[in-house]
Design a protein around this ligand. Structure first.
Ligand code: MF3
Ligand code: CO
Ligand code: CO
Length: 276
């Protein structure tokens, strides 16, 4: 499995130790998460046929700098952009370019903004014009899998319960769950402990405790789970070239559940609900 930890751990990351954050961490994450969500809301009206992902990237950078934030991906391990734009069969880490979006494309835009040292990481799907019924169904399954995970993200449950909630639902819908990329702890670090697998068995993995802060970011394919990374070293695509979708929230575990730091202020997180 390719995890950031395996690739090259952040020197400030302590393997096996899951940080527990206090009110200052939650307050920092609220600000960073809200700004990242606001950035995606801002991009909503621009994600149209004919617009390039490079233009969306420029708008994201401008938005960040205007709001005293820095995109965490800019110069991160050689990545040179403020967002990832993953189109159709691209699973994640698509690199913005000068190719116009086409009617019917489905695009995941993933942004992480650093505000006062805290990382707000979120992604959603942007349907471009009119999309196919099967693309719509994939987006529905992906969002419901995240919803089911959020509903059980509470003290006493484990990271494996989160993975199982996503996998059991997505596979019952005959979709494939990507194994090669995982959710992650975050805070002052971009990628910290724990790894949040989007598959797994109930009761396995670390127990969730109030104060843990991490992302859940399932990548769901219409076909097989297998991915390959293209020659640019970033772009991950489905091996069978079927469509892939993803959505991501940054959350903090509370006494009785979780707080979602990256809610859309304008109700635009789920594009199918936003359009209704
Ligand atoms: N935001 C992505 C995540 O959800 C990470 C992107 S790293 C990049 O963890 F370098 F590809 F941008
Ligand atoms: Co993430
Ligand atoms: Co992200």
């Amino acid at each position: 499995m390719v995890t950031y930890a395996a690739a090259k751990p952040d020197p400030k990351r302590t393997p096996g130790i899951i940080p527990l954050h206090g009110e200052d961490g939650f307050e920092g994450m609220r600000k960073a998460g809200a700004l990242a969500a606001q950035a995606l809301d801002m991009l909503y009206e621009f994600a149209q046929p004919g617009v390039t992902t490079a233009e969306l990237d420029r708008r994201a950078l401008e938005f960040a700098l205007d709001n005293n934030a820095v995109p965490a991906t800019l110069n991160y391990r050689g990545y040179r952009h403020s967002i990832c734009t993953s189109i159709n069969h691209v699973v994640c880490h698509g690199i913005p370019n000068e190719k116009p979006l086409k009617n019917g494309d489905i695009v995941n835009i993933d942004i992480t903004l650093i505000v006062d040292g805290w990382h707000g990481d979120t992604s959603r799907m942007f349907p471009i014009g009119d999309i196919s019924r099967k693309a719509e169904r994939l987006i529905e399954v992906t969002y419901e899998s995240l919803d089911r995970a959020l509903a059980i993200a509470k003290p006493g449950n484990t990271t494996g319960d989160i993975g199982h909630a996503i996998q059991s639902f997505a596979e019952a819908e005959r979709c494939g769950v990507v194994r090669d990329f995982v959710g992650h702890g975050l805070g002052r670090l971009f990628h910290d402990e724990p790894n949040i697998l989007h598959f797994g068995d109930p009761g396995t993995g670390p127990e969730l405790k109030a104060g843990m802060i991490f992302t859940i970011e399932p990548m769901i394919n219409l076909g097989r789970p297998d991915v390959k990374v293209l020659g640019d070293g970033w772009t991950a695509v489905t091996r069978d070239r079927t469509l892939s979708a993803q959505c991501e929230h940054s959350i903090g575990i509370t006494e009785h559940g979780c707080e979602i730091f990256t809610q859309s202020p304008n109700g635009l997180f789920n594009p199918l609900e936003a359009r209704r």
